[in-house]
Write a protein that binds this ligand. Structure first.
Ligand code: GLU
Length: 261
């Protein structure tokens, strides 16, 4: 069982979530950093599932846009349809360096609420892992409306970690950890460890992630981390640049202790 950072290298099943701003635009190079770390874990026979946003962000330049179109769901859906294939091509190109084949898994929140579709998703992901493919999960944006969206992929990642019974969930963003106040503000202290059941209401969270291309912030990450830890899955919250050290069990980011399942 993974209870602390020094147990991370013993994890057998890991879900990693990366947000749009960490792998698009000026940060597009970080996609290879993430693939390097995932391939390292895969080589150690760890089951790895990636939850990746970035479909809409990847397509924006092709729509002549620099930010997500506010209140224009149908353009976002069209952008997701264009960007999702581009994103998968980028991942597969990078994974080719390691001989790993990606599998695209697109889910809606309704799919995880209904027993039949949830069990189908679980069985398919289990089979992919057994066959050593790398499932890359994203929200099925073309059919997800505002009302039925996961809200952001942080929540999706926590639900997937619960679905597959992961030993560890790693939430990656543009900030290296959770801080007591918005990073950069006076008195902002990095929080290294969140004990299960800790009251986090005193934390003045700032936004995590560059504005314009993704939707999640620190708040959605904390909510996702709490969901996962309640389901017995510990969580590391750190920056995409730190994924290598995080998966090596180094002391990076914020560790959210899980309930004892
Ligand atoms: N699924 C969306 C995408 O791939 C992003 C969801 C989110 O904002 O995290 O662009």
């Amino acid at each position: 069982m993974v209870e602390k950072r020094s147990d991370v290298t013993a994890a057998m099943r890991i879900v990693v979530k990366v947000g749009s701003s960490s792998i698009s635009g000026d940060n597009v190079h970080q996609l290879a950093t993430i693939v390097d770390a995932l391939a390292g874990a895969h080589a150690r026979k760890v089951d790895v599932v990636l939850v990746s946003s970035g479909a809409i962000a990847t397509a924006l330049p092709h729509f002549g846009l620099s930010a997500r179109p506010a209140n224009d769901l149908v353009t976002e859906q069209a952008a997701a349809a264009v960007g999702q294939t581009m994103l998968m091509v980028r991942y597969q190109d990078s994974l080719n360096r390691f001989g790993i084949v990606a599998a695209q898994v697109l889910l809606t929140s309704g799919d995880l609420e209904s027993d039949a579709t949830r069990e189908n998703a679980k069985a398919a992901i289990e089979k992919l892992l057994e066959l050593r493919f790398l499932p890359i999960v994203n929200e099925n944006d073309t059919v997800a409306t505002h009302e039925i969206r996961f809200g952001d992929n942080d929540r999706l990642a926590a639900l997937v970690a619960e679905l597959v019974g992961a030993d560890l969930l790693v939430l990656l963003s543009d900030v290296d950890a959770l801080y007591s106040h918005p990073p950069g503000e006076p008195g902002a202290e990095m929080i290294e460890f969140v004990t299960f059941g800790d009251d986090l209401s005193g934390i003045e969270i700032g936004s995590i992630g560059s504005a314009g291309v993704g939707t999640g912030g620190a708040e959605t990450k904390i909510a996702a981390a709490l969901h996962a830890t309640h389901a017995g899955v510990p969580v590391i919250l750190t920056s995409a640049a730190n994924i290598g050290p995080a998966l090596s069990g180094d002391s990076v980011g914020t560790w959210f202790e899980a309930s004892s399942r």
